[in-house]
Write a protein that binds this ligand. Sequence first.
Ligand code: PRX
Length: 665
Amino acid sequence: MAGSESKQENQGLQEHRVFAPPAEFVASATISGMDAYNALCAEAEADYEGFWARLAREHLDWHKPFTQTLDESQAPFYKWFADGLLNVSYNCLDRNVLNGNAEKTAIIFEADDGQVTRANYRELLERTSKFANGLKARGIKKGDRVIIYMSMSIEGVAAMQACARIGATHSVVFGGFSAKSLQERIIDAGAVAVITADEQLRGGKHLPLKSIVDEALALGGCESVANVIVYKRTGGNIAFNEGRDVWLHDLVDGQSAECEPEWVDAEHPLFILYTSGSTGTPKGVQHASGGFLLWAALTMKWTFDIKPSDVFWCTADIGWVTGHSYIAYGPLAVGATEVVFEGVPTYPNAGRFWDTIAKHKVNIFYTAPTAIRSLIKAADVDPTVHPKNYDLSSLRLLGTVGEPINPEAWMWYYNNVGGARCPVVDTFWQTETGGHMITPLPGATPMVPGSCTLPLPGIMTAIVDEAGHDVPNGQGGILVVKRPWPSMIRTIWNNPERFKAGYFPDELGGRMYLAGDGAIRNKETGYFTITGRIDDVLNVSGHRMGTMEIESALVANPMVAEAAVVGRPDETTGESICAFVVLKQARPTGEDAKRIALELRNWVAKEIGPIAKPKEIRFGDNLPKTRSGKIMRRLLRVLAKGETITQDISTLENPAILEQLKDSN
Ligand code: PRX
């Protein structure tokens, strides 16, 4: 944290228009009006533990009630509801079946090719239970780690629920990650099983999954994996390792449709999800069962104002945290009907989202600003895919997540998708926070495009300086959370020291959660605007990546001597990756440079995954360094943007290099 510069690129967000929540929305909202919001905030202020205890009792079903709400004795390793027993899958499935929702549709699966299949709560419970019994039959038990490397499917959700049911800790790896990334996660998690599919279907293409699992396991070090469970999605040709591999349909065949849930204590690790940090390899963010589920359920009610008749659609992938909180767990915990989408927003054309909203009469739609920006562009090029051509009258609420939304995209979304009727909730949160942190409440908070507005009740966010002192409104600083909250990260798997140093740094007193983002509060309203990461984490299309990871991937290539990676603003993807590379051979130019750049981009895709491919690679004889040899990324960021360097470069060892790196190859 210390010494890193805040990326100010996003600070240009200046928007003063205020959009009041529509009156009819306020009338029926769960949190209706600012008085109701303020009352909840006051309740949390007055009796923090009492507030959370009340919510945990009201919104979750406990097998054995907890007696202690928050245990701070090992801070910052906080524990919530620790002596309570529950099961997450019971809360998501059984209790809906028991509450009269057995026949209610839980999941509407919209396949890549437009085919639709549905599962009601009874069916989802049965499938999950059979799956869970199948896992048990293979010797998988409470506390084991299971990797899920799967495409979007009912089976993917059932796989997560089945793990939760038996108390196994899952770690979902996004299907776009490479064999090497998958191998690293398998090893770090010490996984005993991998659940995958033969192939995935995206945008009309068959993409491999199982063969990548085979490749990952063959890279070595994965001896802990005794089982690979394969869901047959396409019937594509795959290798089968008898003994280790088993088809999902064979695994569940003959299994009982009943499986007694494993009652776990609230702190039992529900999942580990790997995410990028500013240094080192991806870290396994560990979440607990009770606190995570409480917040996933509660934010469905508060932020999304979910009603029993709603059809909810979150377009994220289960490989990211959004797909955990708002696909696999939150919607089911509140007994909602949700769309699970296998495809991509541009197939068969860029009207796919709008068409799917109309087809399933979606009421609440939650997506990423990048998707919105790319669909704005697409509608400019081809007016037939403009949202106005689709019946979007079912929509009543819109949401965004993952990156800042620029006011222009907000306005387009609000007017063209929401018909100027639907509130837009710009939800700020992170893999580590487990659920929304700062967001408008659709029936209470007046919205300002480009601002995520105010923290949810009970979430004690603040903006401080580098010494941990509060800064006044209107002055930018470091975003922190001053009190622990139930759905917070518990630790980094296998690395508690990194957890402590990274999130609760001593410089800030060791008790404040450091989000890693810069933020500023409006002088009058106190509204928060996120100004971007203060560390070396990039956000490309809402996907989080560490510059170090990409640099390590580049230098692993035998041709590369040195590499420095920076982010730069991108109209569509928010940020894009620009890499500055020094080769062992002479600096290439012309066609040579193009060819090698392409080779290196593909190399990064193979090392990490296609999402980490640099958009641009520039070659130099060297990189700009201080006399002590430190690469000056600050200057590289300016060059990547195509701007002129106005900063002081007197500490630079080799100023002439800037001229060489100024232009694209
Ligand atoms: O920089 C913030 C940005 O995304 C980061 C978290 O990324 P990840 O852990 O992958 O989780 C993404 C989905 C929750 C944050 O540190 N971010 C997320 N939401 C917003 C945002 N930046 C601005 N506005 C948001 N609404």
